[in-house]
Each structure stands twice: as C-alpha cells, then as structure tokens.
Design a protein around this ligand. Structure first.
Ligand SMILES: Nc1ncnc2c1ncn2[C@@H]1O[C@H](COP(=O)(O)OP(=O)(O)OP(=O)(O)O)[C@@H](O)[C@H]1O
Ligand SMILES: [Mg+2]
Length: 223
C-alpha cells in the first residue's frame, strides 16, 4: 500500500487466521489473510459456499477474534483493546446487515430504527428511512416485502452515524431486479454518505473492480 492509502486506511487485516474445531476436524476458515479497506471505499467479497466470507465479515466487525493475526481499525490493533472499547467501536462505528432481515416483528419501521439509537430520535429515523427510499414509516415488518425489509435494515445500520457498513449477502434472498435495486442503493449511499462498505454478494451486476476480493478456501485469491 502507498503512503496515501496508508493514511486513508480504515480497516486492515494483517496475517489473519481463523481456525475452528468441528469435533475432530480442524477447519481453516481464514488462512493468512492480508488486506485493507480505505475510508469511503466500496468493497465486494465474492466466493463459493463455505470459503470464509461470513467469517471475514464477523472478524472485521469485531464479533469474533482471529485465532492469529491482527485486525486494525484506524491503525489501532483491536486485540490490544479492552472488550469495553471493542463494544464501543461496534456501537459507534460499525453497522451490519445480514442476508435475512432481523427486524423486530412487533414494532414498526421507525421504532426498529430508534431502538438501537444512543439517543432515540424519531425525526432522524424518518430521515434515514427516506434516504433508503422507504416512506411507509408505520409499516410493520410483516407488511413489508423482502426488499423493503432489507432497505429498513440498511437504514438501521446507519443510526449511530456509523462510518462502516458490513453486509453479509444482503441480496441473498432477493430476486434479480430487487437485488439490483439494493446494490444501486448501496452504491448511492457509499457515494453520498462517504460510508466504507464491505459486501459479500453473488450479484454479478457489479463488474469486478479494484475493490473486488475473490475468496477461495479461506484465502483471498486476488484483489
Ligand atoms: N462457528 C463456527 N464453528 C465451526 N466452523 C465454522 C464456524 N463458522 C464457520 N465455520 C466453518 O468455516 C468455513 C467458512 O465458513 P463461512 O460461513 O465463513 O463461509 P461462507 O463463505 O460465508 O459460506 P456461505 O457461502 O455458505 O455463506 C466453513 O467450513 C464453515 O463450516
Ligand atoms: Mg456466509
């Protein structure tokens, strides 16, 4: 990485390994990963079933610790930080979206956004919902299409002014056109809000770019 990229690096994985034990079997979910993501970049992680995409997302999102290696955020080695500090980074910096919407079914769209806010703010929730193209503020998750649910999840991932959004197969349950709509929304949010995005997806509408990572068997083949 050059000097400018170094200054602008948001997240970095340095010699990261993640090894799971499944009974007698040892699984190398991540094998010696070295990569970095610059601030405001739009990154795609592609790869076949079981290659380690979700593990990468969980490790970057500080939901799991690597078996070996370092995860650096803004140059700080997160494994040196206390769990309290890690929690604060998760709460303040990192928004996450998964394949299946995990909205709370018994409350409406606005309340799903205000619940995780540090300071509950209905107007801000509505503003964010508008940003993701969702205007039915009082709709409950059971009344939403799968695409709408994902839009609300994306808005929720931004409630605490997060600077990074990690999305693990956000279009995995969507048909092609809905999937394209979500990808278009993510590209727009990346450009207008300056968010760093890391997305695992099999949506092939996105042509490979400098920020496409191809994973195979726990390693990054090429960037
Ligand atoms: N908590 C865990 N305990 C044990 N093994 C795990 C665990 N999580 C993942 N693995 C294993 O690590 C490997 C990578 O899994 P991971 O879910 O990261 O892959 P993936 O690329 O996200 O797969 P998919 O395309 O199915 O979502 C797999 O062999 C999986 O079985
Ligand atoms: Mg996965």
């Amino acid at each position: 990485m050059n000097e400018a990229e170094k200054d602008n690096t948001h997240f970095e994985l340095n010699e990261v390994w993640k090894i799971y034990k499944n009974g007698d079997k040892i699984v190398h979910a991540l094998s010696r990963i070295n990569c970095y993501f610059t601030r405001g970049s739009f990154n795609i992680i592609n790869g076949p079933l079981g290659c380690g995409k979700s593990t990468m997302i969980r490790i970057i999102g500080l939901l799991e610790k690597p078996t070996m290696g370092k995860v650096l955020i803004n140059g700080d080695n997160t494994s040196d930080l206390s769990q309290k500090k890690r929690n604060s980074i998760i709460r303040n910096e990192i928004g996450m979206v998964f394949k299946r919407s995990n909205l709370i079914p018994i409350i409406n769209a606005v309340d799903n956004l205000t619940l995780p806010m540090l300071h509950s703010d209905n107007n801000k929730a509505k503003e964010l919902l508008k940003k993701v193209g969702f205007n039915d503020y009082n709709k409950f998750p059971s009344e939403m299409s799968v695409e709408e649910e994902q839009r609300v999840c994306i808005a929720r991932a931004m409630v605490n002014n997060h600077s990074i959004i990690l999305l693990d197969e956000p279009t995995g349950d969507l048909h092609t056109m809905e999937s394209d709509n979500i990808i278009e929304l993510l590209l727009e949010l990346n450009q207008t809000q300056g968010l760093t995005m890391i997305i695992t997806t099999n949506n092939r509408r996105l042509s490979p770019s400098d920020n496409t990572f191809e994973m195979v068997d726990g390693t990054i083949l090429k960037k």
